[in-house]
Design a binder for this molecule. Sequence first.
Ligand SMILES: *Cc1c(COP(=O)(O)O)cnc(C)c1O
Length: 363
Amino acid sequence: MSDENSIVEDTFLSSREGGAGAIDLRSDTVTRPTAGMYRRMLEAPLGDDGLDGDPTAEELEALASLVLGMEAGLFVPTCTMANLLAVLTQAGRGDPVLLDHGAHIYNTERGSSTLTGVCMRTLPGTGGMMDLTVLEETLALELGRSSNALVCLETSHNSSGGAILPLPYLHTVRQMANASGARVHLDGARLFNASAAMNEPPSTITRNFDTASICLSKGLSAPAGAVLCGSAETIGKARQWRKILGGTQRQVGVVAAAGIEALDVMRHRLSEDNARALRLSEAINSAAIAVCANEPQTNIVQLDVSRTGRSSDRWVDALDRAGLKVRPINPRSLRCVTHRHIDDAAIERAAEIVLSLDDACAP
Ligand SMILES: *Cc1c(COP(=O)(O)O)cnc(C)c1O
């Protein structure tokens, strides 16, 4: 009992570390492991995941593939690696990989363009949705040059302020890809935020894909880890590539145990984060003079500061001094991400801080 209490207490204390009252909206990656995660970590049966398997990693992989309605799963250190493995296993040298121009895989991760020899093509679109006419034309053109193609989508869509891709769009992309023999991968780092916002089970989204990645260490609060899901054949190949990339870990069940708690328990609370993001946006838009917030579908609020006379870097510094941490997206906008450590009071306070500074610099 006392052991467990001290673990819970440590969790509580660590979640307040570095706080000094600051509200941290930089990212949902700042979330700390829960007491339930620490409990599972202590009790997890362990093996050697590079030798004859780790039972807890296997349990997580089975759970993830069940939740996503896919045949198999592979535990990896990061969602970046999961996405890289999706490309490595489904596109070879010179094969086209088609993504929308705002894709995290293309703009932020860059592994598949730097390391693989695939031919990445970004397509125009809005809200994370590639223009379908351009996609169809590009698929036809590219498949004249190569026998393989991979289309990558992302939901929720990070750089589009957490936008979700509607089911009919996913279905159409799936059919276009099928018709031309291309595969489709989902960068689902925040799939469960999208699933909560759509009020649809995750498998209804992922049934339109050959492979899907999920990140366990964002809103789901695990300390690390991601899972790539797909057919047994593709995941078998991904397992070999993971070894080559140095992503095979040994008693990794210690970390995978937290991932099980993430999928079992934590994914069911993400609608709270989505709702608080909307509340933040409404509180700012209903009062702001110059700052303008997007209307978030999930847990990412983008603030347009272009009419305030201050660059986003200056906003970041000023907000930080006032006790609110956010990140710049570009010189004109900021990003605020809600998560488990942000409650209703923190949202109200965050809005107040933004508004007070907005007032201060209004003409
Ligand atoms: C964060 C993120 C990733 C990468 O996740 P890591 O686990 O941090 O490597 C991939 N795709 C999207 C859309 C993300 O937001």
